[in-house]
Design a protein. Structure first.
Length: 262
């Protein structure tokens, strides 16, 4: 069963999610989508990490580097993380470990290292030309707190972009294994450490391979949902509300109501 657009709009209103961008897509059958304002200009926050890792995996598959190649953590990429991180200046990591930390723990230092590994212009080109993410772009490294990290490679104007429609497109490609190393990225999403948003509204036995994002201005969540009944969906929710216990609980309540209709 899929909701009608007016049903989704009613759920959005009931849970006071506006401004928001939402995509719900069935991965079974003809794959209809229910969309609520998908091209929102809301900042993606840490949702940008999924396409960046997808780009890195594509570049590894193309032979630009190997997943086992070493990465030595730079002092220039240090910033605050919400969870403890092994990444300190001089730490010897690997490309694959850096990718996993960026997805599973939303590690900002790992993400900044990936910016350096691929380059933001190259990453944007791969995301658009190879992954089909027409509105995704990488401009600025991530900062976990104020003051913002010094980023000489930033143009001083643009912010990272990755709207809900592109996020849904990428999660669909991961689910269908249509991108390089999709199974590796899927496993990272499946092991997500942050489960305080949409996941809290799902049912026992459901599996949500997902990524979250949040700042003082936005709170987001999105990924691949396998229901306990065996149905599959992509669900992406971006909102223009600060990441907080109260607003994250709104996402959980929305997911619970939405889940009842699936």
């Amino acid at each position: 069963m899929m909701l009608e657009p007016q049903d989704l709009a009613a759920l959005v209103a009931a849970h006071r999610l506006e401004p928001c961008g939402i995509v719900l897509r069935s991965l079974d059958g003809p794959r209809p989508s229910v969309v609520h304002v998908p091209e929102t200009t809301l900042y993606p926050a840490s949702m940008i990490k999924t396409p960046l890792v997808a780009v890195v995996l594509a570049e590894a598959a193309a032979g630009r580097f190997r997943l086992c190649d070493p990465v030595v953590i730079s002092e220039a990429n240090m910033t605050y993380n919400d969870a403890d991180s092994p990444l300190v200046p001089g730490y010897r990591s690997t490309v694959e470990e850096i990718c996993e930390l960026a997805i599973r723990y939303s590690d900002n230092v790992a993400t900044n290292e990936l910016f350096d590994l691929v380059g933001r212009e190259r990453a944007t080109a791969v995301a658009r030309e190879q992954l089909g993410l027409a509105n995704t772009a990488f401009f600025r490294k991530l900062s976990g707190s104020e003051p913002l990290i010094a980023d000489p490679g930033w143009d001083g104007t643009h912010r990272n972009t990755h709207p809900p429609s592109d996020a849904a497109r990428l999660f669909t490609a991961i689910a269908d294994e249509r991108i390089a190393h999709a199974s590796i990225l899927r496993a990272m999403l499946d092991a997500q450490a942050w489960n305080d948003k949409l996941t809290r509204g799902l049912r026992a036995g459901d599996r949500f391979a997902h990524k979250t994002g949040g700042t003082d201005d936005v709170t987001h969540d999105g990924g691949i949902l396998h229901t306990v009944e065996g149905r599959r969906y992509v669900l992406v929710v971006y909102t223009g509300h600060a990441a907080s216990e109260t607003n994250d609980a709104r996402l959980a309540s929305f997911a619970e109501a939405l889940r009842a209709s699936l």
